[in-house]
Design a protein around this ligand. Structure first.
Ligand code: BGC
Length: 456
C-alpha cells in the first residue's frame, strides 16, 4: 500500500471545487420536478412535449458520458472538468432566457450533456488526485454534492414563487458552473494522467503538493509500470481504435467491465429514481393529500440522503466498500418490501409507514450504492483506458435511469405501486448476490494494485 501523510488541505479544496460538478448534476436533475408544472402552463406543453422536456436531459447525459470518456483520456482530466462547467453554463443560459419550447428543449439537452460529462469526469478526477487511504471519502464528495444539489433544488422548488421566479433557478445553476470554471484554473491536472503522458516532472510536483505522498518516486514508478503494461497489451488500439477487445481480454479486464457495468446498472434498477423523481406523486397516493405535506415528505427524503452520505464517507475507508454495499442492499430490500406492503394493503391510510419505509430505503441507498458506485467505477480500470471504459459504465447507468423513469408510472398504472416496488425488491435481492460474488474490496489498495487484480 502507498504511504501518505493524510488528507492535505489542498486535496480538500480540490475535492470541493472538483465536486461542484456533482452539485450541478443533482441540482439540474432535481429542479425539473417543480418547474415542469410552470413550463406546462407557460408554454402550453402537450403531454409529449412534457415527456420530452424531462427525458431529453437523459439523452444528453448518455451522449455526454461517452464524449467525456474520450476527451478526458486524450486532453486530460482538468480540461474535461472545465469543459463540463462551460457546457453547464451554456445550458443554464439557454434555460434562463427560454421563450419557446424549442429553446427549452435545447437548453435541457445541453444541460444533459453537462450532466453526462460531469458524472464521468468528477469521480475520475477525484479518484486520481486522492491519497489511497482517503480515496473512498474524497470520491464520495461527488455523491455528497449530488445529494446536496438534489436537496437544494427540492427546497428552492418549495419556497420560491416559481411562477415569477423560475428563471432564477437556472441563474443559480449558471453561478455554480461559473465558480467551478474559475476555480479549476487554480487546480492541478491529475498526476496519474500526467504520468501516462510521460510528463513526470509535473506529476512529481503535484503528487508532493496534493497527495502528501512520502514515497513519490515509488508511486510514479508503479503508475508508470502498470500503465506501460496496459499500453503494450492494447498498443494497436489506444492509438488507432478506441478499444481493442482482444487486448482488453488479455488484461483480464472483462471481469472489471462486468463489475463496472453491473454496479452502474444496479444503482438505477433498484429503483432510487422511481422514488426521487416521483416522490410527491407517490406520497399523495398513499395519503399525504396536500401539496405541501407531499413536498415536505420529499424534502425529508433529500435530507436523509445527504446525512447518510456523510455517514458513508466516514465509514467507506474504515470498513471498506463491500460491507457497506451488502448492508445497504439488505436495508434497501426491507424498505422496498415495506413500501410494497403499504401500496398493496394501505388504501391511503398507511402514509406514515410509507414515508418511514421510503426514508429507510433512501438511508441504505445513501450508505451504499449512492456513493460507492462512483467510487468503484473510478477505481477498477487501468489508467490508459480509464476514461473510455468508465464512459461505458456511465452510459449504462443513464440508460437504466431512462428505462426506470420511462416505465415506472405506466407499470404503476397497470399493475399498481405494490407490484412495482416488489419488482425493485427482487432486483435488489439479486444485486446482493452479484456484489457478494463479483465485486472485489478496493479499500486501501492503490489504483495500480486494483488494475493488477484482474490479471490474476
Ligand atoms: C444516482 C442518481 C440518483 C442520486 C440520488 C446518484 O448517485 O446516480 O441517479 O438520483 O444518486 O442521490
Amino acid at each position: 500500500m502507498q504511504k501518505s501523510k493524510g488528507i492535505t488541505l489542498y486535496a480538500m479544496m480540490i475535492a470541493f471545487i472538483g465536486s461542484i460538478g456533482g452539485l450541478l448534476f443533482g441540482y439540474n436533475t432535481g429542479v425539473i420536478a417543480g418547474t415542469l408544472i410552470i413550463f406546462s402552463e407557460l408554454f402550453q406543453l402537450t403531454l409529449a412535449q412534457k415527456a420530452n422536456v424531462v427525458s431529453i436531459l437523459i439523452l444528453g447525459a448518455l451522449i455526454g458520458a461517452i464524449g467525456a470518456g474520450f476527451i478526458s483520456d486524450r486532453m486530460g482530466r482538468k480540461k474535461t472538468v472545465m469543459m463540463s462547467a462551460v457546457i453547464y453554463l451554456i445550458g443554464g443560459t439557454l434555460l434562463t432566457f427560454s421563450h419557446s419550447v424549442t429553446t427549452l428543449v435545447i437548453g435541457r439537452f445541453v444541460t444533459g450533456l453537462g450532466v453526462g460529462f460531469g458524472s464521468l469526469i468528477v469521480p475520475l478526477y477525484l479518484s486520481e488526485i486522492a491519497p489511497t487511504k482517503y480515496r473512498g471519502a474524497l470520491v464520495s464528495t461527488n455523491q455528497l454534492m449530488i445529494t446536496s444539489g438534489f436537496l437544494l433544488s427540492f427546497i428552492l422548488n418549495a419556497v420560491l414563487d416559481l411562477e415569477n421566479m423560475w428563471r432564477w433557478l437556472f441563474i443559480v445553476s449558471c453561478s455554480f458552473a461559473f465558480v467551478q470554471f474559475i476555480g479549476m484554473f487554480f487546480l492541478p491536472e491529475s498526476p496519474n494522467w500526467l504520468i501516462g503522458q510521460n510528463k513526470i516532472d509535473q506529476a512529481r510536483t503535484i503528487l508532493k503538493d496534493v497527495r502528501g505522498d512520502s514515497d513519490v518516486e515509488e508511486v510514479i514508478q508503479s503508475v508508470k509500470k502498470a500503465d506501460e503494461a496496459t499500453k503494450s497489451s492494447l498498443s494497436l488500439t489506444v492509438k488507432k481504435t478506441p478499444l481493442c477487445v482482444g487486448g482488453f481480454l488479455k488484461q483480464g479486464l472483462l471481469g472489471a467491465l462486468v463489475v463496472g457495468v453491473g454496479i452502474s446498472m444496479i444503482q438505477q434498477l433498484t429503483g432510487i429514481n422511481a422514488i426521487f423523481y416521483y416522490a410527491p406523486t407517490i406520497f399523495r397516493e398513499v395519503g399525504f393529500i396536500t401539496h405541501s405535506t407531499a413536498m415536505l415528505a420529499t424534502i425529508s427524503l433529500g435530507l436523509i440522503n445527504v446525512l447518510a452520505t456523510i455517514f458513508a464517507m466516514w465509514l467507506i475507508d474504515i470498513k471498506g466498500r463491500r460491507p457497506l454495499l451488502l448492508t445497504g442492499l439488505s436495508g434497501m430490500f426491507i424498505g422496498l418490501v415495506s413500501l410494497a406492503f403499504c401500496f398493496l394493503f394501505g388504501k391511503g391510510d398507511l402514509s406514515w409507514l410509507s414515508l418511514i419505509s421510503a426514508l429507510f430505503y433512501v438511508f441504505f441507498f445513501a450508505i451504499s450504492l449512492g456513493p460507492i458506485t462512483w467510487v468503484i467505477i473510478s477505481e477498477i480500470f487501468p489508467l490508459a483506458v480509464r476514461g473510455r471504459v468508465m464512459s461505458i459504465c456511465i452510459f449504462s447507468n443513464w440508460a437504466m435511469n431512462y428505462l426506470v423513469s420511462l416505465t415506472f408510472l405506466p407499470i404503476t398504472k397497470s399493475f399498481g405501486g405494490g407490484v412495482a416496488f416488489l419488482m425493485f425488491a427482487l432486483i435488489t435481492a439479486i444485486s446482493f448476490f452479484f456484489v457478494y460474488y463479483r465485486v472485489p474490496e478496493t479499500r486501501g489498495k492503490s489504483l495500480e494494485e486494483i488494475a493488477n487484480f484482474w490479471k490474476k
